[in-house]
Design a protein around this ligand. Structure first.
Ligand SMILES: O=C1O[C@H](COP(=O)(O)O)[C@@H](O)[C@H](O)[C@H]1O
Length: 262
């Protein structure tokens, strides 16, 4: 059995969204069967808009009230600020859900903004402990699904190339105060938490992602002692739990074997 991530490529945004919806609903159904809940972590950036498709939003297979939505990373700004990942998710996805759909959405504690970022991270981690500890009396939470973006520099969540946070192996949620991409103050799930999820889906589209996808899939800097990009670290650690959803523009020039259907 292959232990490699799957790289799915679709000819249109519409096809990508439909296949992503099918993948998410499959993960949801399996999770509900296992533990009556669907625990998913969601990124900001270009990801929330990809969820906005009738194949997901209006699917009769979606059990919204079983969804527990967490943030893969969040910017330390008010929840109604355009930089907030919650704000984006609400605008692009949550506000489009059918009447009566009431997923649980776990946001950062806004009352802590302005104080230490460490406290915002610790408080978010305590929220995770509250949701996960009853089932997972273990070292790490087990998300049913991570829905992640990939920045043009290879970052995911708020885990940036070369940053010391990539070595964090105790905390579930960590603060970052020097994010190279604004805003500088954020919190993020840590790499061990991300790679411990049952399934991890990346979405990367457009020619702006070509170069980084070539590096992630075709180059092996670790063999030459080079710097491994955060998205590549997830690929390495999580193997066939990882599925990439891309369009043709993003994978132009990528040699890694591609798939066209789930
Ligand atoms: O800053 C962030 O960027 C990444 C990637 O965003 P994208 O627009 O290139 O997809 C995103 O996944 C992360 O949640 C966000 O905080």
């Amino acid at each position: 059995m292959s232990k490699q991530p799957s790289l799915y490529v679709f000819p249109t945004k519409e096809e990508l969204q439909k296949n992503l919806a099918a993948y998410i609903l499959r993960a949801q159904t399996a999770a509900i069967k296992r533990h009556q809940k669907f625990r998913v972590a969601v990124s900001g950036g270009s990801l929330p808009a990809m969820l906005n498709h009738p194949a997901l939003i209006h699917s009769p297979a979606a059990h919204w009230n079983a969804w527990e939505i967490f943030f893969a990373d969040e910017r330390c700004v008010p929840l109604d600020h355009p930089d907030s990942n919650y704000y984006l998710l609400k605008k692009e996805f949550l506000s489009h859900l059918p009447h009566g759909a009431k997923p649980t959405v776990v946001t950062i504690d806004e009352s802590l903004l302005g104080g230490p970022v460490q406290e915002i991270a610790d408080t978010y981690e305590q929220q995770l402990v509250k949701y996960f500890a009853a089932r997972d009396t273990v070292k790490l939470p087990i998300f049913d699904l991570m829905l992640l973006g990939c920045g043009p520099d290879g970052h995911t969540c708020s885990l940036f190339p070369g940053h010391e946070l990539l070595r964090e192996d105790v905390a579930w949620v960590a603060p970052i105060e020097d994010s190279p991409k604004p805003p500088p103050k954020r919190i993020t799930l840590t790499l061990p938490v991300v790679t411990h999820a049952l399934k991890i889906a990346f979405v990367a589209t457009g020619e702006g992602k070509q170069e980084v996808l070539r590096k992630i899939f075709d180059e092996h800097p670790e063999l030459d002692g080079g710097e491994v990009l955060p998205c590549a670290l997830v690929n390495q650690a999580a193997g066939d739990k990882v599925a990439w959803f891309c369009d043709e523009a993003a994978v132009k020039g990528v040699q890694y074997p591609k798939k066209s259907s789930l």
